[in-house]
Design a protein around this ligand. Structure first.
Ligand code: SAH
Ligand code: SF4
Length: 411
């Protein structure tokens, strides 16, 4: 059974209209502790001497308890709660749609304010439950500046970067909907891991190139992994990049999460065609950057994503070249069956070819899981986006969704 809920009720629309008409309040989610203290003090809501204590209190309510309304912060006086609500917001974004597949995969369509983009923007976040973990696939940009030839997002212009708050909002709203904060119930019938956290892993593998939105992604991931807050282990966060070489070292040094590389080809001629950023940062530079990734070891390997394109990069020669290229790099190889989209000239490799490719790599000593597509039924059943904002065609959305679900990482 597939379930699709339109969460844009009249009441939500009225509330959103009222919010749009009201003066803009400062967002508290997505601020570092220092920025949070500064916001509280400069607004006059909190005296400087109390700042540290208030930051600690708020941090706990926001990121441990997951509250989205100041009124629920019981250990803060009523007057202060009212003052906070007058100046700031901690509200969740609008959920335009939530879809639930029979295999438990969930997909949310979130709408965020324009923030310079002219119109509100919409992005998708996907939740993939498995036996021992639940992975959330998060977007970093609306659209992408890069133009990888097999990727549908690549045909869409960059609309804008997401803010740190919007990146975190995807995680926090997903946790709301799954009952993954303390004292919350998991919705009846939801498919989630049998024990532990419902969102146990996150992958920055949705729309956009995370390393072209470095500062916001860094801020969001540092908050997501903060031990006194959302407390996701950095080993359970994977950032995927098409190969923005100058930012790779910083990713390890300043964020410290697991790295995935969208490799897809083993020689520069082909990679120039598939992943054009390769012309700027060719394979040698990319593999060198990987070798120097801070914290790299056999226990903390880099995931190399490799999309299987029929007669393009799927021969045994390619498999051999791949093993040779990655020699000495602690690596996992993630084979992604290509998800076709309207207008593409590529086809997915035959299943037999994919298996042979995987066998060769396995025999060479690499874990090489083939991503099984999930949530196919919600792709088929997914409806058109609602009217009033910039939107992709249905066919475009289907391709993007298929990519996000198939491409989620092994972390
Ligand atoms: N921009 C980043 C992260 C998002 S893409 C990056 O490129 O790494 C997530 C993964 O899906 C990437 O490995 C991407 O190359 C892959 N992908 C894109 N389009 C795809 C398609 N049509 N079929 C299968 N995988 C695709
Ligand atoms: Fe952008 Fe990644 Fe798609 Fe390339 S594969 S166009 S970097 S989203």
């Amino acid at each position: 059974m597939t379930l699709s809920l339109d969460l844009t009720t009249d009441a939500t629309r009225d509330a959103l209209r009222a919010r749009a008409a009201a003066p803009v309040k400062g967002e508290l989610i997505g601020l570092t502790r220092e920025e949070l203290a500064e916001a509280l003090v400069t607004s006059g809501v909190v005296p400087e001497r109390q700042a540290k204590m208030r930051v600690q209190q708020l941090w706990h309510w926001l990121y441990v308890r997951g509250v989205s309304d100041f009124a629920d912060m019981f250990n803060i006086s009523k007057d202060l709660r009212a003052e906070l609500a007058k100046h700031f917001t901690i509200a969740r974004p609008e959920i335009v749609e939530e879809q639930i597949s029979s295999d438990g995969t969930r997909k949310w369509l979130f709408r965020f304010p324009p923030r310079g983009a002219g119109r509100p923007v919409e992005i998708e976040t996907v939740y993939i439950p498995e036996e021992g973990r639940g992975t959330l696939c998060i977007s970093s940009q609306v659209g992408c500046t890069l133009t990888c030839s097999f990727c549908h997002t690549g045909t869409q212009k960059l609309v804008r970067n997401l803010t740190a708050e919007e990146i975190l909002a995807q995680l926090m709203t997903a946790r709301d909907r799954l009952g993954d904060f303390p004292d919350r119930d998991t919705p009846a019938g939801a498919i989630v891991p049998a024990e532990g956290r419902k969102v146990s892993n996150i992958v920055m593998m949705g729309m956009g190139e995370p390393l072209y939105n470095f500062e916001a992604v860094k801020k969001a991931l540092l908050i997501a992994s903060d031990g006194d807050g959302l407390a996701l282990s950095k080993r359970r966060i994977t950032l995927s990049t098409s190969g923005v070489v100058p930012e790779i070292f910083r990713t390890g040094e300043e964020i410290g999460v697991m790295l995935a590389i969208s490799l897809h080809a083993t020689n520069d001629d082909l990679r120039d065609l598939l992943v054009p950023i390769n012309k700027k940062y060719p394979l040698k530079d990319l593999v060198d950057a990987c070798r120097n990734y801070p914290g790299l070891s056999n226990a903390r390997r880099i995931t190399f994503e490799y999309v299987m394109l029929k007669d393009v990069n799927d021969s045994l020669e390619d498999a051999k070249a791949l093993v040779k290229l990655l020699k000495g790099v602690p690596a996992k190889i993630n084979l992604i069956p290509f998800n076709p989209w309207p207008g593409t000239n590529y086809q997915c490799s035959d299943w037999e070819t994919i298996e042979k490719f995987a066998d060769y790599i396995n025999n060479a000593g690499y874990a090489s899981p083939i991503r099984t597509p999930r949530g196919r039924d919600i792709l088929a059943a997914c409806g058109q986006l609602k009217s009033e904002s910039e939107r992709m065609k249905k066919s475009e959305r289907l391709a993007l969704e298929a990519m996000m679900i198939a491409g989620h990482g092994e972390a």
